[in-house]
Design a protein around this ligand. Structure first.
Ligand SMILES: NC(=O)c1ccc[n+]([C@@H]2O[C@H](COP(=O)([O-])OP(=O)(O)OC[C@H]3O[C@@H](n4cnc5c(N)ncnc54)[C@H](OP(=O)(O)O)[C@@H]3O)[C@@H](O)[C@H]2O)c1
Length: 219
């Protein structure tokens, strides 16, 4: 399968490495252009391109950029495509976004509004890039770590779930995009290794108005 990546930082590179390791063909991009990514092909074997080239490269695209930049994503290029949304809201980094601060929206909901014709799946946001890099690992329970996904398009979710399983993780479908707040930053499922059962519980325990202490997920 071909995969296009928008955002060549920690998470974009982690997904790129894993996807290449399981035999996919990947093109990675950033906003400053391929010249600034010249070391990537040697390092991880990906093709490099512009955002437009990475978008054209595949029907499945990862967006892994600072959330505040989401409106720069070219909506028309991503029409009908499966868009994997790994973004999180960090107010200190992204600046205040009132709809998120007031819990009137989700991070994926904002992206979906900007990309109304794309098939958005929230995924890879609730795991540290350094943990993702390791691939799926057994937990002390003996089960594999599970990653949550959410989206409104079942076929898109299934394609993404297949990829997550190829990376060695179990998958838990948390429901539609409106439910994706359950594994946003500072919720109990955020960046904590859980197997499917533990993740199911953490998602169920999440409360819309209550956040975990900042940084408690960084061990
Ligand atoms: N790091 C983690 O452990 C982790 C885990 C899960 C989710 N996330 C989330 O994933 C997103 C990316 O995080 P990261 O840690 O990978 O960030 P990062 O290391 O800072 O990398 C961000 C990448 O996005 C590119 N970029 C910035 N603006 C862009 C734009 N408008 N169009 C295209 N590319 C753009 C940057 O390159 P240029 O500036 O050159 O364009 C850079 O390659 C964030 O929302 C973060 O919260 C991070």
């Amino acid at each position: 399968m071909r995969i296009g990546i928008i955002g060549a930082g920690s998470i974009g590179r982690a997904v790129t490495r894993l996807a290449i390791a399981v035999g996919h063909d990947v093109m990675i991009s950033n906003s400053r252009g391929p010249d600034t990514l010249s070391k990537i092909p040697q390092c991880i074997g990906a093709k490099i391109g512009t955002v437009q080239e990475a978008s054209d490269f595949s029907g499945i695209i990862l967006i892994a950029i600072p959330l505040r930049q989401y409106a720069s994503i070219p909506a028309e290029l991503l029409r009908d495509k499966i868009v994997m949304d790994a973004n999180n809201y960090y107010p200190d980094r992204d600046g205040p976004i009132p709809a998120l601060d007031e819990r009137r929206a989700t991070t994926s909901g904002l992206l979906a509004k900007h990309l109304p014709n794309s098939r958005i799946v929230k995924v890879f946001n609730a795991i540290l890039a350094s943990d993702l890099e390791k691939g799926g690992q057994r937990l002390p329970s003996g089960n594999r770590r599970a990653l949550p996904i959410a989206g409104n398009d079942d076929a898109a979710k299934e394609s993404v779930a297949t990829l997550v399983r190829q990376f060695g993780f179990d998958v838990l479908d948390a429901g539609s995009l409106t439910e994706s707040w359950r594994f946003e930053r500072a919720k109990p499922a955020y960046c904590i290794p859980f197997d499917r059962e533990g993740l199911r519980q953490a998602l169920a325990e999440a409360q819309r108005d209550i956040d975990m202490p900042e940084g408690s997920w960084r061990r």
